[in-house]
Design a protein around this ligand. Structure first.
Ligand SMILES: *[C@@H]1O[C@H](CO)[C@@H](O)[C@H](O)[C@H]1NC(C)=O
Ligand SMILES: *[C@@H]1O[C@H](CO)[C@@H](O)[C@H](O)[C@H]1NC(C)=O
Ligand SMILES: *[C@@H]1O[C@H](CO)[C@@H](O)[C@H](O)[C@H]1NC(C)=O
Ligand SMILES: *[C@@H]1O[C@H](CO)[C@@H](O)[C@H](O)[C@H]1NC(C)=O
Ligand SMILES: *[C@@H]1O[C@H](CO)[C@@H](O)[C@H](O)[C@H]1NC(C)=O
Ligand SMILES: CC(=O)N[C@H]1CO[C@H](CO)[C@@H](O)[C@@H]1O
Length: 461
């Protein structure tokens, strides 16, 4: 969403018993740390051809230039991106805190000035903060099948200072990757927070009206170094590295140009460091996919996917839509996205949900209201669209009509994913916003156990 942290990628062809199973709970080892086990690089995610010249369109078969990538055989079968559809879920709020996903962690600080992970580190006793984070890292996520794990730069152990961020999530990421590997789960790791903040949203780790990532070359250089470290350290353990989540390329010409240069330079640096086995994902920067025609396509680049996000809730224009209009709008995206994905980069709808309002508590930030009910502060033009009652929180308050809409909206967006190379739902779990919570959707029945099931197969016709 205009929110999103690290991605771990759980595919949903996982048997529902596994999805539901508490025994899948991630447990750190007794010392709380995972061993980092050297593992060989994966083979091409899309084509086993040994000829680098056959590579095209998002596949990555280029021969490795890295000695670390030598001989070993991966135990995880390569995923056929572009051929098989990705159906996955984001592990939001795990390694990058978002107040709306885990309000209890923020309420527990007794300090309303703590609004993001940066201030979480800044305004608390370091031991209290670290203990809270360790408990959260160890208990928040249970297992599934294709997952996207958001991660913050401050958790990458390069040795650079990160204060007031609290480092320490790294061993939990390594544990998660090992666990995913053991269970045949495909993983996308996503750099969700960059130095200086790439968007100012709390999901970048730092909520600020003045994000500076793009405007300072040192921040960008550091981000690229962090990605190289991350790619090198996770070789053979991940399927995709997403280079950065939601940089706000729309902010200004300077930002747009910085984002463009960053994708190019980060791609080149990571490719040079770890070779051709790693697929990378870039994002549209909110400019729309058509702004990225012929960008990082084969043969100037290989093994690059495009991530686009689909939300219709962050403006009055979108909130004005009726339920049917939300569905029609989703359908209207299909021709453009399908065109882009067939002529440019394979495309994954990397974030979406069934939310049709911004009612979820603190979705727009801790202590910030919603546009839907007119409580969004600092926006004199905000109109009232309706009450939030029965639209968020516990699904016990959801009407059967609303649940029917949630199912239709889930399905139509799944159809968008089908028209490109797949989708990854945001997010697996949220404490108090069931319309965003995949596990609650499964329980409540508006998300089917089999994600390919369609009750409304002609919804766009
Ligand atoms: C893989 O490469 C081979 C050899 O170039 C090609 O014939 C085949 O169509 C490719 N398969 C996919 C799924 O791209
Ligand atoms: C917050 O206040 C509650 C109730 O007074 C207390 O139990 C808890 O320890 C406080 N938390 C912190 C981090 O100070
Ligand atoms: C990659 O990792 C290896 C083994 O951990 C290390 O020796 C090497 O310096 C790393 N390279 C880079 C570019 O970080
Ligand atoms: C939303 O609808 C209201 C009521 O019809 C209208 O006054 C307002 O201008 C619309 N907002 C936008 C951004 O279109
Ligand atoms: C998709 O591509 C076709 C063929 O190039 C073109 O005619 C059509 O206008 C495109 N549609 C969209 C929505 O971009
Ligand atoms: C983490 C980091 O290096 N942040 C830098 C980003 O750029 C600003 C200047 O615009 C620096 O002040 C930060 O130190």
């Amino acid at each position: 969403m205009l929110l999103s942290p690290v991605l771990l990628f759980l595919p949903f062809f996982c048997p529902s018993a596994v999805l539901a199973a508490k025994q899948c709970r991630l447990k750190p080892r007794s010392n709380g740390l995972a061993q980092q086990i050297p593992i060989a690089a994966p083979t091409s995610p899309a084509n086993h051809s040994t000829s680098a010249t056959t590579v095209q369109h998002g596949t990555a078969t280029r021969t490795s230039t890295s000695s670390a990538q030598s001989s070993a055989t991966p135990t995880l079968a390569p995923f056929a991106y572009g051929t098989d559809k990705v159906i996955g879920v984001n592990l939001g709020g795990w390694f990058v805190l978002e107040p709306w996903i885990t309000p209890s962690i923020f309420e527990g600080t007794n300090n309303s000035a703590i609004v993001d992970e940066y201030t979480f580190g800044q305004f608390q006793d370091p031991n209290v903060a670290l203990n809270t984070l360790k408990n959260h890292w160890a208990t928040w996520i249970t297992e599934s099948k294709h997952v996207l794990i958001p991660f913050g730069y401050w958790s990458i152990p390069t040795g650079e200072p990160v204060s007031p961020f609290i480092p320490g999530a790294w061993p939990y990421l390594m544990q998660a990757l090992q666990w995913a590997r053991n269970h045949g789960i495909h993983v996308i790791v996503d750099l969700h927070g960059a130095p200086g903040s790439q968007n100012g949203y709390d999901n970048s780790g730092q909520r600020t009206g003045d994000p500076v990532w793009a405007l300072n070359p040192d921040n960008i250089t550091r981000t690229i170094n962090d990605l190289v470290f991350l790619a090198n350290a996770t070789q053979g353990m991940i399927d995709i590295l997403e280079l950065l989540n939601e940089p706000i390329a729309f902010q200004s010409d300077a930002w747009a140009s910085a984002v463009r240069g960053f994708w190019q330079n980060a791609y080149t640096a990571v490719r040079n460091a770890v070779g051709g086995g790693l697929t990378m994902m870039i994002g549209d920067g909110f400019l729309g996919v058509d702004s990225w025609q012929n960008f990082l396509t084969y043969p100037s680049a290989e093994g690059v996917l495009m991530d686009v996000h689909q939300y219709q809730i962050f403006s009055d224009l979108e909130l004005n839509r009726t339920q049917d209009e939300h569905i029609q709008f989703a359908c209207s995206l299909i021709p453009q996205w399908a065109n882009f994905s067939s002529a440019n980069l394979w495309t994954i709808m990397g974030e979406w949900s069934a939310a049709s309002t911004d009612c979820a508590l603190w979705l727009n930030g801790r202590g910030v209201g919603s546009r839907w009910d007119g409580t969004l502060q600092g926006d004199p033009t905000t109109q009232v669209h309706g009450l939030c009652d029965g639209l968020t929180g516990s699904s016990a308050t959801f009407s059967s009509d609303y649940k029917t809409f949630l199912r239709k909206y889930w399905e139509v967006q799944s159809v968008i994913g089908d028209s490109v190379q797949g989708n990854i739902w945001w997010t697996w779990k949220a404490e108090n916003a069931d319309e965003w919570d995949y596990s609650k959707g499964l329980q409540g029945g508006w998300i089917p156990q089999d994600p390919t099931e369609r009750l409304y197969p002609n919804i766009c016709n």
